[in-house]
Write a protein that binds this ligand. Sequence first.
Ligand SMILES: Cc1ncc(COP(=O)(O)O)c(C=O)c1O
Length: 328
Amino acid sequence: MLKENKKRVAAKLATLAGCDPSEIVITRNTTESLDTIIAGFKWQAGDEAIMAVQDYGAMLDMFREVAARHGVVNKILSVPVNPGSDEEIVALYKNAITPKTKLLLVSHVINISGQVMPIRKICDMAHEHGVKVLVDGAHAFAQLVYTIPDLHCDFYGASLHKWLSSPLGAGILYISKENQDAAWPLIGPSKSEEVGIAKFNHTGTHPVATDLTIEDSIEHYTLIGPARKQARLKFLQQYWTQQIMDMPGVIYNTPKQDTRICAIANVGIKGMPPATLAKTLFEKYKIYTVGIDTGNVVGCRITPNVFTTTKELDQLVAAIKELATAAV
Ligand SMILES: Cc1ncc(COP(=O)(O)O)c(C=O)c1O
C-alpha cells in the first residue's frame, strides 16, 4: 500500500507542478531532494559547481562535502539585494562558468531576503554552456504560480510543509526525463526500481500519514486558488514594506521591483544587529521574526501568510517606524 499511495499522491503533485508523473517523487523535504542530487551527481575530480552565499546552508554544506569527497571546486557568488535587471543576475552566474562547470544551484526564492530569481533565464544561459541547473524551490512551491517544466531546469526540490501547509516531513524532487541517469540515488533501489524516477523513490518504511495528508493540502491550496494566494501574499508584503522601505533609519534588504517579490521581505534598522532587532520586535512588540546576518542580507525576515491581517501589519509598521526614528 505504501508504494501505491505514494504513486497516487505523487501523480497529484505532478499535476500541481505541471510535470509528468514520471518526473517527480515524494521526499522528506527540500534538503533531502537537493542533497540527493548534489551528493549523487556523477562528479569527476576538478569539476566545478556554482552557488550563491545567499543559498540555504544545508546545500552549501553538501557542496563542501562533495568538494572533500570528489575534488569538486565550488564557486560561490553573491546575489545583489536590489538588482537592476534580470540580465545583471544572469551575467553574474554566466561570469562564474568555466569549461569545467557541471552544476549550478540557484534558489527560486532566496529565503533570507524574499528575492524571486529569474530562473528560466538562468537555466537557458547555463544550458548554452552545457551546465545543468538544480533549483531550490523551498519557498516558491505553492507560493508562486508557475510550472516546473516552464522553468527549464534539470532538477527541482521543494518542501511541502512550507507554503503547501502539509504536515512536517514532506517534499518533492523533480528530475526531468533526460536527467534521470545524471545522478545516483541516495538509497539503493530494488531491481524493479532501477529505471527512471523510480530509483529515487526508495525510502524504506516511513509513516504513510505524511503522504496521505498531502492530498488534503493540495485540495486546500486549490480551494484558495494559486493566483489568489500569490496576489494576497504580494499585497500583504507591499502593504507594510511600502510604508517603511525608504525611511532614513531603515535598511531594506528586498528587491523593490514587482516581478522580484513574494510574501517574504527583510528589514534592518541602522546600527542595530539583526539578533537585537528580532529580540526587540518579539519582547517589546510581540512580533516574531527571524534575525539574518548572511552576506549582504543584514536584518529581520518578516513572513506574513494568507491569514495575516493588515491590522497586524499596522503593528509591525508602527514598531519599525519607532525603532527607525530612534536610530537616526
Ligand atoms: C531556501 C531554502 N531551502 C531549503 C530549506 C530547507 O528546507 P527543509 O528543512 O524543509 O529541507 C529551507 C528552509 O527554510 C529554505 O529556506
